[in-house]
Ligand binder design. Structure first.
Ligand SMILES: Cc1ncc(COP(=O)(O)O)c(C=O)c1O
Length: 413
């Protein structure tokens, strides 16, 4: 039987200091918060929630009424085409979720054991698991502190003759600095698969994520900028990758004859019902992105008055879509640490989430990366968390949240 990998904080040495405290219980406060009692039915302010008030229901009803509920049906093709178009990519391959979108994209490369894939340690675990599913070896790099993204300058030093792919992850909706990364990858003949799970609509020098590398994987999980409940998509301009991904997604059925298979394929299909929701969502993607950018601007203006809070950056070459509005807390300057502040927010009905715990600190990958240190990722993990970030967040809620952060600040008393 499979056994979990146990790792005690004692074994982690000083790395234990960056591991977040357990999540605080968020108190139901809406009756006592006058400003958002009328404006919202929320019992708490959640870290995220979907907005499903477009054509989603109408399209799902059409799918049901026409009996197309499985993975054939017109909504799949419409959703693939419309989402790929939004990304400036030629092809979209809809999948069951973002993790398998990444796995499927990597699987098209034919990776073998011993092949290496460079990934940031500061990411969500699905990025690196997708590499592990292929039997390849993940190789880690640190983040940079300016934009909290993969440090592209560190990638060159990690390239070996076995490096087959690099995965830039556009964390929290801000793009990675792609030009130098692509230049390096092209020089060495390495494929670049963007993990764009969190970056719907984000731009690098005016070009959308999802069209910057050789292929990209998106997630449409319920907390993403557009959602299909569960779902994902590969976008690519590469016809060979697209054709292979469509085939591998569907058990790799051969075109020669049915039940004839030349690859170990997968069932990673999306249903027409999910695609119906997706089409209703992608029609509103621009609106959601603008709402998130507006909310971020409102947050940042208000938080700028509070010492010790670093607001999320946006490079001059970037359009950040603020999938999650993350902040860093400087314990000395603010007067309490990140975990203490999260408890205050929870007491006031505000849900938050800590930043990712880096991959080299995960029990399951501890032995693989033992002794490796990535100081920026560790700092982000120790000091970072995100505030409520849904597209439906109201200005009153932002004013309330920033007021709580200001009132709680010991340095302002
Ligand atoms: C960076 C990143 N990659 C991959 C994924 C996996 O997506 P999914 O949850 O749809 O499998 C996520 C999900 O949150 C993510 O944040």
């Amino acid at each position: 039987m499979l056994k979990p990998v146990e790792l005690s904080l004692d074994e982690m040495g000083d790395l234990a200091e960056i591991i977040p405290a357990s999540d605080p219980e968020v108190k139901v406060r809406y009756r006592t918060i006058p400003s958002f009692e009328e404006s919202s039915r929320r019992a708490i302010i959640p870290v995220c929630e979907p907005t499903l008030n477009g054509n989603e229901l109408k399209y799902v009803q059409q799918a049901l009424e026409t009996n197309w509920i499985s993975s054939a049906g017109s909504f799949i093709h419409e959703f693939e085409a419309k989402f790929a178009d939004e990304c400036g990519a030629r092809y979209g391959i809809a999948c069951a979720n973002g993790t398998v979108a990444m796995h499927l994209a990597l699987a098209t490369l034919g990776l073998e054991p011993g092949d290496e894939v460079i990934v940031p340690t500061f990411t969500m675990i699905a990025t690196i698991n997708a590499v592990a599913y292929c039997g390849a070896t993940p190789v880690l790099v640190d983040s940079e502190l300016d934009y909290w993204q993969m440090d592209v300058e560190q990638v060159a030093a990690k390239i070996t003759p076995r490096t087959k792919a690099i995965i830039p992850v556009h964390i929290y909706g801000h793009p990675v600095d792609m030009d130098p990364l692509m230049e390096l990858a092209r020089k060495h003949g390495i494929t670049v698969i963007e993990d764009a799970a969190e970056s719907h609509g984000a731009e690098y020098k005016g070009q959308r994520t999802g069209s910057l590398g050789d292929a990209a994987g998106f997630s449409f999980y319920g907390n993403k900028i557009i959602t299909t409940g569960e779902g994902g998509m590969i976008t690519t301009n590469n016809r060979e990758i697209a054709k292979l991904a469509w085939n591998l997604r569907d058990h790799a059925f051969s075109t020669e004859r049915h039940f004839w298979h030349k690859f170990v394929g997968f069932n990673y299909r999306m249903t027409n019902l999910q695609a119906a929701v997706g089409l209703g969502q992608v029609e509103q993607m621009g609106k959601f992105v603008e709402a998130r950018r507006r909310n971020a601007a409102n947050y940042s203006t208000r938080l700028a008055q509070i010492p010790g809070i670093t607001t999320p950056p946006e490079a001059e070459w970037a359009k950040n879509v603020y999938w999650m509005y993350g902040i860093l807390v400087d314990r000395e300057a603010y007067g309490m640490n990140r975990d203490e502040l999260r408890y205050v927010l929870a007491e006031n009905g505000i849900e938050t989430r800590t930043f990712f715990i880096p991959m080299h600190c995960q029990p399951v990958y501890w032995n693989a990366f033992k002794g490796q240190r990535y100081p920026i990722a560790e700092q982000l993990c120790r000091d970072g968390f995100y505030l409520p970030s849904a597209s439906s967040l109201t200005l009153e809620e932002i004013e309330y949240i920033t007021q709580v952060i200001g009132d709680a600040c010991p340095a302002l008393r």
